[in-house]
Design a protein around this ligand. Sequence first.
Ligand code: PDD
Length: 286
Amino acid sequence: MSVCYLNGEWMELSAARVSPMDRGFLFGDGAYEVLPAYSGKLFRLDEHLRRLEHTLGQMGLPNPMSRDEWRQVLRGIVERNGTADQSIYLQVTRGVAAVRAHAYPAEVSPTVFVMSEALVTPTDETRASGVSAVSAADFRWLRCDLKTVSLLANCMLKQMAAEKGCMETILFRDGFLTEGAASSIFVVQDGVLHVPPKSHLMLPGITYDVVLELARDRGMPFQVREVLEEEVRSADELWMTSSTKEVLPITRLDDRPVGKGKPGPMAAQMYEWYQDFKQGVMRRGG
Ligand code: PDD
């Protein structure tokens, strides 16, 4: 049983209905966010709402709710779905149009949908062994900074990993690292953490920001700069980070070991800091 929110109403997820004329369905014309709720408290809520505002603004889609209204709905969904850790999904599409036409319709009201799923973070065993990844050319569009529901390219890229029993696909564009199909990618070389700078070629990850804040505040050497494909392939450590995977070591890339083929000490250190930070934030109320 799972309660969702659709256009101002609370209902069972299985009872929710959207028209096939919704532009989210016809064109992938919508924005989304995924945010964790730990013990009933939403993690980095304002940062997620800010990124949603960025996506909607760039799409020319007026935000249907104020920050306070979003906070109420998101807290409402968490309260209605129990106390276990949750992964909250929100989606805003441009709405249901009378006819199918690419340009934005004048008279349309956005569709707002929010649901809760169980938050499944990697198990201790997965974390202890690390995960495998494949690599691929990043064939997505040039607005990867927008978190839109047009995710076919990401799905195709992630499927490449799934078909090889791997967790993630690491993407390269013109010889440089961009990110993963559904995560940010960090590279450790000679005791220094490296990550590409935010740009139109990658999603500005919420976890990316937390990791860099922790590195800065707690003294892990890091550099935000373009990372060459060769540097990824010869890294001592690779990590994938996201709201649901947190900080997860990648120990095999394209069937070759990463570094010593085991999770490295810097990943373990960052994971510990991340958990500690999470606990602190949750104690202070989300
Ligand atoms: N994806 N890059 C891409 C392409 C992503 O899809 C994600 C997250 C990230 C990491 O962002 P964050 O740290 O804000 O979760 C980077 C989510 C979890 C998803 O689509 O399910």
